[in-house]
Design a protein around this ligand. Structure first.
Ligand code: ADP
Length: 227
């Protein structure tokens, strides 16, 4: 079998707060396979965002190893980690963080240009993704002219614009009403399945968590499988 899209092995992350040490991740192990969606659930403050940041190479663990498609990352230079992150990992957050002065289409084109793709190719891919997510008629709209659900679907299109292998989502539907949340979730899951992304999705929505392949939580800094 091929390597997991993402694997965390014995990851430690502690924060200092004055004289005390907050132990957030204490030997966290988790693997994410291509095409698999895993829900990360648990109360606020449990360390879900920390786990996603560390998994996404945005924050270095204090110890432990993060493998991206089997490649070790702990001893990489910052530049190499950034390049690997840009190529292999897409992020979606609770708030869309789209660039307000750019259209939906431009928001999906920009990360591809940053990666070095030509404008024509980037535009073609943005069109395909926006079409897939049912947003083609909205492609020239700016974020402020889109509904909350449309904004999040554009954010998902942007996250996968560079064809990552891993999608890390932090409460991607947390700001939406239940009906819209379901619609956005369905769109995200369809993309995960179609492109065989490994997706780790922090959510408080237990209905959506139940529709993913597995559910994990953080207990005493370790990743624990829920049945
Ligand atoms: P969750 O996403 O599950 O709500 P977080 O990962 O955001 O949890 O936070 C876990 C704990 O770590 C919280 O107690 C939070 O206050 C603390 N924490 C997060 N980031 C930092 C930081 N940069 N410095 C100090 N403490 C932090």
């Amino acid at each position: 079998m091929s390597a997991p899209a993402l694997k965390l092995s014995q990851v430690e992350r502690h924060y200092r707060q004055g004289d005390t040490r907050l132990d957030i991740l204490c030997g966290a192990d988790v693997a994410l396979w291509p095409g698999e969606a895993v829900a990360l659930v648990g109360p606020s403050g449990a360390g879900k965002s920390t786990l996603l940041h560390v998994a996404g190479l945005l924050e270095k663990p204090d110890s432990g190893e993060i493998f991206i498609e089997g490649t070790k990352t702990a001893y990489m230079s910052d530049d190499a980690r950034t390049a690997l992150r840009r190529m292999t990992i897409g992020f979606v957050y609770q708030f869309h963080h789209l660039l307000p002065e750019f259209s939906a289409e431009e928001n999906v084109i920009l990360p591809q240009l940053i990666r070095g793709l030509g404008r024509g190719e980037a535009q073609r891919r943005a069109g395909e993704l926006l079409d897939y997510l049912g947003l083609l008629p909205r492609r020239t709209h700016r974020p402020a002219e889109l509904s909350g659900g449309e904004q999040q679907r554009v954010a998902i299109a942007r996250a996968v614009a560079n064809a990552p292998r891993i999608l890390l989502a932090d409460e991607p539907t947390g700001n939406l009403d239940p009906h819209t949340a379901e619609h956005v979730f369905d769109a995200m899951m369809a993309l995960v399945r179609a492109t065989r992304l490994g997706a780790l999705v922090a959510t408080h929505n237990m209905d959506l968590a139940a529709r993913m392949d597995r559910r994990v939580t953080l207990r005493d800094g370790k990743v624990v499988e829920l049945s």
